[in-house]
Design a protein around this ligand. Structure first.
Ligand SMILES: NC(=O)c1ccc[n+]([C@@H]2O[C@H](COP(=O)([O-])OP(=O)(O)OC[C@H]3O[C@@H](n4cnc5c(N)ncnc54)[C@H](O)[C@@H]3O)[C@@H](O)[C@H]2O)c1
Length: 327
């Protein structure tokens, strides 16, 4: 069986990717330091504990498992923390990724799938965000991801490393079989925060900013189901295996929902009131992030099938009923 090194495989998206890779006939090897991940989430292949910044450990893992490709999810990804502690993000996300990329090239593992983000685009009023939109990130998190994209381009020119870069919009939902799900501590994502507020596990949800230039004043985001998202990664891996060359793909649905609309949908899916209050805007948040690209559908053959808001909330709700990982 072909092995894929999955950094961040103990995290939210990485654990779903491991499940999808296993279903597609690959062996996913998780490489993770558990800084925000959970060993309980590593269910679909071997676990190698290690840090991106530890080159000797990476070399050891590449030599042991001989992966045909890397899927690189491991990163810190909280915008607020990135604004207050940018050095932490540059060291982990850029320094760590550079170390990983160098280790991959040294091991002759030349196919690389990278988790980037729509946060690399920044604020573009009334512009459709496609893969050619200028990348002008508003925060150190987005800047760190853009920097890794640049590293990948330079390593292709110098060494022939091929990459598929996915710029995700807002990832939501959970495995419908509830084997893995979203469990961040602290949680910063809207749907799990809302579910925690409904279940009384936290105080009321805070809606940050009600004076944005949107119909109801709250930020608009494009939500994509985590299972659809990881399916695209398997297609991206096959794209590289078929020798199709490096490419960048947005992963979003093209539909935007405001925070208040997500609250309304949650109320109807769960049949429960969502306790919320309103607060000031958060530094680093853009007004609207919606994908305007169908490249992944046209070129990769991606067929997102679960990414309706109701299905994402329902799957997240089911996962939250079934318990969490051991802490
Ligand atoms: N969740 C989203 O909506 C979203 C949107 C855009 C991009 N992304 C990107 O997708 C990726 C996965 O996000 P997620 O929501 O699953 O996050 P997550 O925090 O659940 O998972 C990240 C994993 O990486 C591990 N990790 C972090 N730094 C590491 C290091 N130095 N060495 C080894 N392991 C390390 C963590 O322990 C964790 O298991 C990230 O790169 C993130 O930036 C996520």
């Amino acid at each position: 069986m072909k092995t894929v090194l999955v950094t961040g495989g103990a995290g939210y998206i990485g654990s779903h990717a491991c499940k999808a890779l296993k279903a597609a006939g690959y062996t996913p090897v998780t490489y993770d330091n558990l800084v925000t991940g959970w060993q309980d989430a590593v269910k679909f292949g071997p676990f190698e504990q290690g840090d991106l910044t530890d080159r000797a450990r990476l070399d050891e893992v590449f030599a042991k498992h001989k992966p045909i490709a890397v899927m690189h999810f491991a990163a810190l990804s909280q915008v607020g923390e990135a604004m207050s502690q940018p050095g932490k993000y540059w060291a982990n996300n850029v320094g760590g990724s550079l170390n990983l990329i160098e280790a991959a090239v040294a091991a002759g593992c030349m196919d690389f799938v990278f988790s980037s983000t729509c946060a690399t685009y920044g604020e573009h009023d009334n512009v459709v965000l496609d893969e050619n939109t200028p990348q002008e990130p508003l925060n150190a998190y987005g800047a760190s991801k853009r920097a890794v994209e640049d590293i990948l381009k330079d390593f292709e020119a110098a060494y022939g490393l091929r990459s598929v870069i996915f710029r995700y919009f807002n990832v939501a939902g959970a495995d419908p079989e509830a084997e893995v799900g979203e469990f961040h501590q602290p949680e910063t994502h809207l749907i799990p925060l809302m579910i925690q507020a409904i279940k009384g596990e936290r105080d009321a949800l805070t809606v940050f900013g009600t004076d944005y230039d949107t119909p109801d004043g709250t930020c608009i985001r494009d939500y994509v189901h985590v299972c659809d998202l990881v399916d695209a990664h398997v297609l991206g891996l096959k794209w590289l295996e078929d020798g199709k060359g490096s490419q960048v793909f947005n992963l979003g649905t093209g539909s935007g929902f405001s925070v208040m609309e997500v609250i309304e949908h949650s109320r109807s899916v769960t049949n429960q009131e969502v306790p919320y209050n309103t607060g000031d805007r958060r530094a680093g948040d853009c007004t609207k992030l919606v994908s305007g690209s169908t490249r992944a559908i046209k070129d990769l053959g991606w067929e997102p099938s679960r990414s309706t808001l109701n299905e994402m909330i329902a799957d997240a709700w089911r996962w939250h009923q079934s318990g969490h990982y051991d802490q």
